[in-house]
Design a binder for this molecule. Structure first.
Ligand code: PLP
Length: 435
């Protein structure tokens, strides 16, 4: 029995406090339960230290880069300091540009607008690292990932040799399976062909220390809302030359040095690609998250998430009818994440049931990686559970126990054709319900 097996395993405590750790959520069956948030790979809760830093900044919130008031001086200094903190956290080279953007999707679209040649991608990517290259550069070449991770590193070799290669764009870790890609090896393959490498770090950066200088990564993109900061801010860090030569990503105030009605002189990096008022709160929040994650022992963070990830996968292995999706048999390092299917239970029903009857949050879908789901699950949806620094073993055990109950006895509530609980007596928090 899942419940017994996991109960005997050693308890794993959260590594860092997160905002909302004490949240209780309503259940359709009445009452409430502590919120077990196992949807960290989609958006991670803000660290308590991030929330505190944002609260410190907000009283000074004022026009940035332009105003003469003291609040403006604080906001501007906070933005500049955030850029430096982020650069240090990812091991940026001295001349790398730190572009503050909206999220990973934005970062990769910005880079796509600056790439001077072909882009080679693997077929396992999130849409954010597939679509921008086809749309803007128009010269995307897609390489099928091989059956083994070792062969996958060599797979882009031919395409990089054949194309007029400018860039190999790969994810640091699959958002579907959590498997990590060997970035130093891929960087070596790209560089051998005179190409550069861009890493979609949306999943990797929140969970593993990434040193772009040491790994030879030319560009790194990641999102604030996955790195324990609120939504709305992200980062592209990397080599300045292509970015400096590219047309401004967002034309407007802030991106210019001088304007007449007939002419414009664009600003240098990073302002060149940051038209409009920057998201200072978002940048400061990311920097605070970088500080907190940077202060962790990297081994301890990996061990915490591996322990929870193994507990999750071991529990799923014991669950009748459960199948965990994997790309490779030889991948040795996996994030604390498992995407799975349950025989005869649609993924969306499983996810709705976990939330409605148990207060456990997971995600069902194709995870913006349709080509990969087509390969791993015939295009059908699956369920993803994922952990982070604020997760404890109780969260994982509750998920496994709830799945066990579902497999053995079915749901206790009724669900409509879209698998939504029907009826759904849960009400939204008071401040939102008062319309
Ligand atoms: N890349 C990967 C691997 C992701 O998991 C995600 C989000 O799920 C993204 C890119 C896109 O991130 P965002 O929606 O913050 O742009």
């Amino acid at each position: 029995m899942i419940q017994q097996a996991t109960r005997t395993a050693e308890a794993v405590r959260p590594l860092l406090p997160v905002t909302g750790a004490d949240l209780r959520v309503p259940l359709v069956t009445g009452g409430s339960a502590p919120y077990a948030n196992l949807d960290i790979a989609a958006s991670a809760p803000a660290l308590a230290s991030v929330t505190a830093r944002v609260a410190e900044l907000l009283p000074y919130y004022a026009s940035v880069n332009r105003g003469a008031g003291f609040g403006s001086a604080v906001s501007t200094a906070a933005l500049d300091a955030a850029r430096r903190t982020i650069a240090r956290f990812v091991g940026a080279r001295d001349d790398d540009s730190v572009q503050l953007v909206r999220h990973t999707t934005d970062a990769l679209n910005l880079l796509a607008s600056a790439v001077p040649g072909d882009v080679v991608v693997l077929d396992l990517e999130h849409h954010a690292n597939l679509l921008p290259w086809a749309r803007v550069a128009g010269r995307r070449r897609t390489v099928a990932a091989s059956a083994t991770l070792a062969a996958t590193v060599a797979a882009p070799d031919d395409d990089l040799a054949r194309a007029l290669p400018a860039l190999l764009a790969v994810t640091g870790a699959s958002n579907v399976t959590g498997e990590l890609l060997p970035l130093a090896g891929l960087a070596e393959v790209a560089h051998r062909h005179g190409a550069r490498i861009a890493v979609d770090g949306a999943q990797l950066v929140p969970h593993r220390r990434v040193d772009i200088g040491a790994l030879g990564i030319d560009y790194l993109a990641f999102s604030g809302h996955k790195v324990y900061a609120p939504y709305g801010a992200g980062v592209l860090v990397g080599r300045p030359d292509w970015l400096a030569a590219a047309p401004p990503y967002l034309a407007g105030g802030g991106a210019v040095r001088a304007v007449t009605l007939d002419e414009v002189t664009w600003a240098d990096l990073p302002a060149r690609h940051e038209g409009g008022t920057p998201n200072v709160v978002g940048a400061v929040a990311i920097a605070a998250a970088c500080e907190a994650l940077g202060a962790l022992d990297p081994g301890e963070q990996a061990a915490h998430e591996s322990a929870l990830g193994e507990r999750l996968r071991d529990g799923l292995a014991e669950l009748p009818g459960a199948r965990v999706l994997r790309i490779w048999d030889d991948a040795t390092d996996t994030l604390g994440l498992a995407t799975f299917t349950l025989a005869s239970r649609p993924a969306s029903l499983v996810a709705q049931y976990l939330s409605a009857e148990h207060g456990v949050a997971v995600r069902a879908g194709r995870f913006c990686a349709h080509p990969l789901l087509a390969r791993l699950n015939s295009g059908a949806t699956a369920v993803r559970a994922s952990v982070g620094v604020g997760t404890d073993s109780d969260d994982v055990d509750r998920l496994l126990a709830a799945l066990d109950a579902l497999v053995r006895s079915g749901p206790r509530w009724t669900y409509d054709a879209d698998h939504l609980p029907a009826p759904d007596p849960r009400s939204l928090p008071g401040w939102l319900a008062r319309e």
